[in-house]
Design a protein around this ligand. Structure first.
Ligand SMILES: Cc1cc2nc3c(=O)[nH]c(=O)nc-3n(C[C@H](O)[C@H](O)[C@H](O)COP(=O)(O)OP(=O)(O)OC[C@H]3O[C@@H](n4cnc5c(N)ncnc54)[C@H](O)[C@@H]3O)c2cc1C
Ligand code: SF4
Ligand code: SF4
Length: 410
């Protein structure tokens, strides 16, 4: 039996921050050992990156600083996307093929919860049907790692883990530190991840974004500075970021753990599969792939014939926009400015402004660099202001290089 939320009662060792990754809810080992492996205890990247790749990312390679260590990056899409996938289903296709070819015996993934279409139900999938049912985003904190206990107890030897950067940090660190998972050969497919929310806040947030939150079946923050929401009848609703209610961007409504996150790109995965560095095309739903290791290459080769691939493209220059963002952020943090209520734009003005930024601002891979830099800057100052005692542990060294590049004071 798993000890659901046992962490909440473990006040002595509980970190101040927690993304409910699920590791502490396993009962096959002491909670203390899970917490000792937790990224909010050990910090982001740094020695984890060193242990995994044999080195930390270079501070002189401008792409490695932002995207992490990789062997290859490219854009791709499945030629025949299955229904229900988030973009074209590269992740689900990889997982199904890895299982079908016996590269792995099981897959750690998430089904849709019964309570809410967007809530996750962690599963250890051991059939093609169960793997396929894991497709699509559940855009809330997910207890994915609770199922690793089942893999351990079942004596699984080859396991595919699909997860967000906090899941992947924690599973890598736990496997390194303790012997429980030492006989499991772990393959990792990572999603980029930022600004996730607690399940209990999710419906409030969605109802403040969409004109009809009950009928939304797919939603994503896209490269054209708008949220794309697809409804069950196929209608696309677009809401500019600048027209979102201002309270939705506060850490109170979002989460303090995601504001203290410094690995948007899931740098410890064998392969990261996202969309934000690919050209936006709402018909094709292009994706963006970062291969980081030989295992990542092996996984990708399984579906090579089923994908269309094309080289990464990039245009524009993010520097001025990021610098402006950083300066505005610092100005808002000045004493007396924090409580000032910011107004959001009307939908019409928001669309005009989003259109202007999309047509003149950073595009494709440069948009991804813009997104990584701005989130990292925002999160750095969030931790500095709210958890100053955790700054040294949590923040990886490349964050300081990025602050320096934009002439921002650490
Ligand atoms: C909260 C959140 C924020 C994201 N932000 C970005 C972003 O800013 N930029 C970007 O490029 N991509 C982001 N993604 C990833 C993106 O939404 C797609 O999952 C990814 O592009 C893969 O698409 P696909 O069609 O290959 O996935 P599919 O084949 O549909 O598979 C999706 C996989 O993601 C897993 N998954 C779903 N929800 C979660 C979750 N909450 N935690 C862990 N795993 C989950 C599922 O188990 C499934 O295996 C985010 C995902 C989430 C959940
Ligand atoms: S993030 Fe995971 S490992 Fe860390 S405290 Fe929360 S449940 Fe435990
Ligand atoms: S933003 Fe970071 S801490 Fe939050 S769910 Fe995603 S990976 Fe975990």
């Amino acid at each position: 039996m798993s000890k659901k939320h046992s962490i909440c009662s473990d006040k002595e060792t509980k970190p101040e921050l927690c993304s409910s990754c699920g590791l502490c809810m396993c009962s096959a080992w002491p909670t203390k050992e899970s917490i000792q492996s937790c990224v909010f205890t050990t910090g982001w990247l740094g020695k984890h990156e060193q242990n995994f790749f044999g080195r930390e990312r270079s501070l002189t390679d401008s792409d490695e600083i932002v995207f992490g260590i990789s062997k290859d990056r490219f854009c791709a899409r499945m030629k025949n996307p299955a229904p229900g996938v988030q973009f074209t289903g590269i992740i689900t296709s990889l997982a199904k093929k890895a299982f079908a070819t016996e590269m792995v015996e099981a897959v750690l993934t998430l089904h849709r919860g019964k309570e809410d279409y967007f809530f996750p139900e962690p599963v250890l999938a051991r059939s093609i049907e169960d793997i396929a049912a894991g497709c699509g985003s559940k855009p809330v904190l997910a207890q994915t790692l609770i199922s690793i206990e089942k893999a351990y107890q079942a004596g699984i030897k080859k396991l595919l883990v699909i997860g967000a950067p906090c899941h992947i940090h924690n599973v890598r660190s736990f496997q390194e530190r303790y012997s429980y998972l030492k006989n499991i050969d772990i393959y990792v497919v990572g999603i980029p991840c930022t600004d996730n929310v607690k399940p209990e806040n999710f419906r409030y947030i969605l109802s403040r974004i969409s004109r009809s939150h009950e009928t939304v079946r797919h939603y994503e923050f896209m490269q054209d500075f708008t949220v794309h929401l697809y409804h069950e009848n196929g209608d696309l609703e677009r809401v500019p970021f600048f027209s979102l209610p201002p309270e939705l961007t506060s850490a109170g409504v979002l989460t303090s753990c995601c504001r203290s996150c410094f690995d948007y790109m899931n740098s410890l995965a064998d392969i990261t599969v996202g969309y934000l560095g690919a050209p936006l095309d709402i018909e094709k739903m292009n994706q963006w792939v970062l291969i980081r290791t030989e295992k990542g290459e092996e996984l990708c080769s399984l579906i090579a014939d089923d994908m269309e691939t094309f080289p990464e493209v990039t245009s524009g220059d993010r520097k001025d926009s990021v610098q402006y963002y950083g300066q505005q952020l610092l100005a808002r943090m000045q004493p007396g400015e924090e409580d000032e209520v910011r107004q959001s734009m009307s939908l019409e003005d928001g669309h005009d402004f989003a259109e202007y930024l999309y047509s003149t601002g950073p595009r494709d891979a440069e948009f991804a660099r813009y997104a990584v830099d701005t989130h990292l800057i925002r999160n750095y100052y969030y931790v500095k202001q709210n958890f100053p005692q955790r700054l040294k542990t949590l923040v990886p060294r490349h964050a300081y290089k990025i602050l320096e590049d934009y002439e921002l004071t650490p």
